[in-house]
Design a binder for this molecule. Structure first.
Ligand SMILES: NC(=O)c1ccc[n+]([C@@H]2O[C@H](COP(=O)([O-])OP(=O)(O)OC[C@H]3O[C@@H](n4cnc5c(N)ncnc54)[C@H](OP(=O)(O)O)[C@@H]3O)[C@@H](O)[C@H]2O)c1
Length: 361
């Protein structure tokens, strides 16, 4: 049997960090050997550090309960303990950027949920089904920074996950989108723990999430971009307009999308066929966390719904529904993905599996 690779979770006490602990329990390739967080949690047994804020439905894995939480700032301590760290720290971007670089400098691979490095030119931002080729940037990154074995790869913002894969499937099938308007309905878990106050969220919708609309508009263009001359050239032929809203849902980000094709408008049946037939590199490589199929289609007129559909494909699939003509654009649909799973920890684990399968780890 293959020996499992030792991995660390930095930011292990937070909302995304806990999802890593849950998803990496019994993972066939990776084994958690380090949990790290802020100096406030460092030195405590893991169960004590998350006491009163453990939010997973399953209990803390027995093997990790007593593990002492390390200080995430102590990058040297991580070197002997693991080969890869998943970064789920929520702190100042400049601080996170430098900290992740320090880990990579010391020869560790970093796969991050933080936005600090999402637009760094030599850092790949990966949705494994869509731009798996962008991991070629790792060789350039290592050359630029003289890193031996270290690397940084990042996940995009959780809000884009509900529409990037369906739009890409169409583009790849020769049906590129010229314009899309996406109105997102984003779960409270997306704001970390404890998140917005209950009196702010119950009976309410907040029509503003700082920085989210800019990310939801720019990041897909980089993901759809081409790697040439050592850098990513964003797909500037496409324009996205986003409205991002926080809604009183625990998990699951929804996006209501209107889209206009740049060429001839396909039929509803053609779009459905493209989504049904779509498979990406993770499915081809049969990576452990790859959903089969990556796009789930619901035919009922009132689906997808967060409570019913967020766990599709073990929380890793994008569920689409309500595809119908649009009187202003060509078509509209609703997309849904699990924000802390596919949109955060699960998506990053799939990226790490891809990097391992491609020989970067
Ligand atoms: N929630 C989502 O759905 C989602 C989705 C995609 C991406 N993200 C991104 O993922 C990251 C984590 O989000 P989250 O929701 O898990 O946040 P969170 O629940 O607030 O957890 C933050 C984590 O960062 C640690 N931390 C804070 N300051 C630190 C410091 N100075 N040094 C070391 N560790 C520090 C915390 O440790 P202590 O417990 O010791 O304070 C905790 O483990 C953020 O960048 C977020 O934007 C979140």
């Amino acid at each position: 049997m293959m020996e499992k690779m030792k991995v660390g979770v930095i930011g292990a006490t937070g909302m995304v960090g806990q999802n890593y602990i849950k998803l990496l329990n019994d993972h066939p390739w990776f084994e958690v050997s380090l949990v790290a967080a802020s100096p406030a949690s460092a030195g405590k047994p893991y169960h004590e550090a998350v006491d009163g804020r453990w939010l997973m439905k399953s209990p803390i894995p027995d093997v990790l309960r007593e593990l002492t939480v390390a200080d995430a700032n102590d990058t040297k301590a991580a070197m002997d303990k693991c080969r890869l760290v998943f970064s789920a720290i929520d702190a100042d971007k400049g601080f996170v950027r430098k900290l992740e670089e320090k880990y990579a400098q010391q020869g560790l691979a970093v796969v991050s949920n933080n936005s600090a490095h999402r637009l760094t030119p030599d850092v790949p931002m990966i949705v494994p089904e869509v731009n798996w080729q962008h991991t070629d940037l790792v060789a350039i990154q290592r050359r630029n920074r003289s890193w031996q074995g270290g690397l940084i790869a990042v996940k995009p913002n959780c809000s884009v996950q509900s529409y990037v894969t369906p739009l890409y499937a169409l583009k790849q099938a020769g049906l590129p989108i010229e314009t899309a308007v996406a109105a997102t309905l984003q779960a409270v878990s997306g704001a970390g723990f404890p998140g917005p106050a209950s009196l702010t969220m119950i009976d309410n919708v907040i029509p503003f999430i700082p920085g989210e609309e800019e990310k939801s508009e720019e990041e897909p263009l980089r993901i759809f971009g081409k790697l040439a001359d050592g850098k990513i050239h964003p797909d500037n032929a496409m324009r996205i307009s986003a409205h991002c809203n926080r809604v009183p849902v625990v998990d699951g980000h929804m996006a209501c999308v209107s889209m206009k094709f740049s060429g001839q408008k396909p039929s509803v049946e053609e779009i459905i066929r493209v989504w049904q037939d779509f498979n990406g590199k993770p499915q081809e490589l049969d990576l452990p966390s790859a959903p089969h199929p990556p796009i789930v289609i619901r035919e009922e007129q009132d689906r997808p719904q967060p409570r019913m559909d967020r766990d599709g494909g073990n929380g890793m699939a994008v569920t689409v529904g309500r595809l119908r003509p649009c009187p202003v654009f060509d078509y509209r649909f609703v997309g849904l993905s699990h924000n802390t799973n596919r949109g955060a920890a699960g998506g990053a684990i799939l990226t790490a599996e891809l990097l391992k399968a491609q020989g970067y780890l």
